[in-house]
Design a protein around this ligand. Structure first.
Ligand code: 1PZ
Length: 214
């Protein structure tokens, strides 16, 4: 059983993504990372078979947290300032892995790509009907987004894990916000926020040619 503070609540994640955007539309890394923490909590509450996924997410979150709390933490306040700082100081391996295999830019890019999966998956959930299959919606969203960045091994493991997802009613229950109509309503509020954070990051990375970082 997950302990109380481990318990996922969709509202909480919604709130963190709300906090992500500054007035001039920069993305606060602290809240971005907190949003991911919430999602990992959710994933963990779905069962141990998702452990290999949450483990990777957690290690990426940790890399970013270390930057935030590190000596140059003030450069990592927003994704925009991180990109600027790491590029100006040549802290990013641009073409192939070299002396900076765990830059903030490349690490965040992995989560950013996963955010696109999340967006696609949640949109499917939001518009799904009672008899829709979560595993199918999840696989579709994955194939349209993250799959192309993953090795055959990871794709296969992910495909197997998707089959272990609970059905739509149980899935909605784990979200912990009330009856299905309420879940759908909250998804409707959360999605535009997630999309906006995604798009701002995507544009920033495109502008700096960072979308294919090794
Ligand atoms: C609700 C069901 C959850 C399905 C999650 C769908 C995503 C499946 C991703 C499986 C990949 C996990 C194994 C690690 C892969 C890594 O190789 C890649 C690339 O990193 P690199 O090797 O270049 O360092 N990692 C990722 O792509 C990041 C994946 C993060 C996934 C977070 C999912 C959070 C789910 C939230 C659930 C609401």
């Amino acid at each position: 059983m997950a302990s109380e503070d481990q318990k996922f609540c969709l509202l909480e994640v919604l709130d963190t993504f709300k906090l992500c955007l500054s007035e001039n539309k920069e993305v606060y890394l602290e809240h971005y990372v907190a949003g991911w923490r919430g999602l990992v909590k959710f994933l963990n509450s779905l069962g141990a078979v998702f452990g290999f996924i949450s483990k990777d997410a957690v290690s990426k979150i940790q890399i970013l947290v270390n930057f935030l709390n590190g000596e140059h933490g003030s450069q990592y306040v927003t994704i925009q300032s991180m990109v600027k700082y790491e590029l100006e100081n040549k802290l990013v391996d641009q073409k192939k892995q070299g002396s900076h295999p765990e830059s903030g830019c490349r690490t965040l890019l992995r989560l950013h790509r996963a955010l696109r999966w999340l967006e696609l998956f949640l949109e499917r959930l939001r518009t799904s009907t009672e008899d829709s299959k979560t595993s199918f919606m999840c696989a579709e969203a994955y194939n349209e987004s993250l799959a192309k960045y993953h090795t055959w091994m990871v794709r296969t493991a992910a495909g197997m894990a998707f089959h272990m997802l609970p059905g739509r009613p149980a899935f909605f229950e784990v979200m912990n916000v009330g009856p299905p109509e309420q879940v759908v309503a909250i998804l409707g509020k959360a999605l535009p926020l997630i999309s906006e954070v995604y798009q701002i990051t995507e544009d920033l990375y495109a502008q700096h040619n960072l979308l294919d970082l090794p």
